[in-house]
Design a protein around this ligand. Structure first.
Ligand code: PLP
Length: 379
């Protein structure tokens, strides 16, 4: 089966009692036993819920994995993965991860005795050099937020397998429509489903997918023990949104490519970061592991003043945190999504005062281009 068909059908048999074609919202916290100690496979809503089950099965199929788990946010999905490790363990992490992931690792988890090395995971040799005897996890975001840097998944997968290190990829920015990390030997893929998976800026959610039974057992245990599970209604909304993921991603990709072509010609734009650029430094890796470039573009306008004028001058793009919705958004990472990353690290990564991140929506591209051209004139 191809992607769009799987997105519409996987995990979603007609409901057993009525034949309802759409998986219902099972809004219940508990389930009655037939007799003491005998139930229908459902006991308590934190542990199991049929709407969540359908979503978990669907996501596992879309990511070419065997087991899916849903969470109440992307951050709780990240937290569930890091909760598999213990004091004394060492983690190698992409230095340009989402600011909230950096904050969780650096300000909370580190305090529990887990050691982190943040490096540019685009550099294969640097990953190898950063390995320690106690390295237990390589955690990668690719493409990164907001610099759109790329890590070679095949290389990370091979290092992980040869050294018995668990590997995890945050696939939020590009989605399973364009990239399946598990196909490259990665053990765990996770998402903020708040973004493209749900795609309508109306749900906060997260998910984890793996094909490894041992990892799946641990994540299932953590999901139930910590209890950061999504509501049945949110699961219903994400399940419904996934039915159009293929069509939405095609439109995001097409619009972003068209916008990039315009941006390249604008002298006021100092730098453009987009995986679809012909001169992208990792074009070969992109070709190997991605089937498209996605809808995220970052541009550097040279100064905070110009970035401010550009953002304020846009009429269709809303200034907002988040990304991946049908509506176009713009954000200023240094003061918004990556405000919790120390300034020296932001500067090293290129998250300057002049950098803005566009989440290109699926509106008509002519309107988006006109909006951008108008705002550039004001800078
Ligand atoms: C790449 C990435 N991962 C994880 C998260 C965290 O997700 P959530 O906001 O759903 O908790 C975000 C949020 O922006 C993100 O961009």
């Amino acid at each position: 089966m191809k992607f769009a068909t799987k997105a519409i059908h996987a995990g979603q048999e007609p409901e057993k009692v009525t034949g309802a074609v759409t998986t219902p919202i099972f809004q219940t916290s508990t389930y009655a036993d037939d007799k003491l100690g005998i139930n229908k496979g459902y006991d308590y809503g934190r542990t199991i819920n049929p709407t969540r089950e359908a979503l978990e099965k669907n996501l596992a199929v879309l990511e070419n994995g065997k087991f899916g788990f849903c969470f109440s946010s992307g951050m709780s999905a990240v937290h569930s993965v890091i909760s598999m490790f213990k004091p004394g363990d060492h983690v190698i992490c992409s230095d340009n991860v989402y600011g909230g992931t950096y904050r969780l690792f650096e300000q909370i988890i580190k305090e529990y005795g887990i050691e982190f090395t943040f490096i540019n995971t685009s550099d294969n040799d640097l990953i190898k050099k950063s390995l320690k005897k106690n390295t237990k996890l390589i955690y990668v975001e690719t493409p990164t937020n907001p610099m759109l840097g790329i890590t070679d998944l095949e290389v990370v997968g091979k290092i992980g397998k040869s050294k018995k290190i668990i590997t995890c990829v945050d696939n939020t920015f590009i989605t399973p429509y364009f990239q399946n990390p598990l196909d490259f030997g990665i053990d765990i893929v996770l998402h903020s489903s708040t973004k493209y998976l749900n795609g309508h800026c109306d749900v906060i959610g997260g998910c984890v997918v793996t094909s490894d039974k041992g990892i799946a057992e641990k994540i299932k245990f953590i999901q139930n023990a910590i209890g950061a599970v999504p509501s049945p209604f949110d699961c219903f909304l994400i399940l419904r949104s996934l039915k159009t993921l293929a069509q939405r991603m095609k439109a995001h990709n097409e619009n972003a490519i068209a916008i990039c072509e315009v941006l390249i010609k604008e002298k006021k734009i100092k730098k453009i970061f987009y995986p679809g650029l012909k001169n992208h430094p990792q074009a070969n890796v992109i070709k190997k592991q991605m089937r498209g470039f996605g809808g995220m573009i970052s541009i550097d306008l040279g100064s905070y003043k110009s970035a401010e004028k550009f953002c304020n001058g846009l009429k269709i793009f809303e200034i907002a945190e988040s990304l991946g919705g049908v509506e176009s958004l713009i954000c200023h990472p240094a003061t918004m999504t990556h405000g919790s990353v120390p300034k020296r690290m932001r500067v090293k990564l290129g998250i300057t005062g002049g950098l803005v991140r566009l989440s290109v929506g699926i509106e008509d591209k002519e309107d988006l281009i006109e909006d951008i051209k108008g705002a550039i004139r004001l800078t």
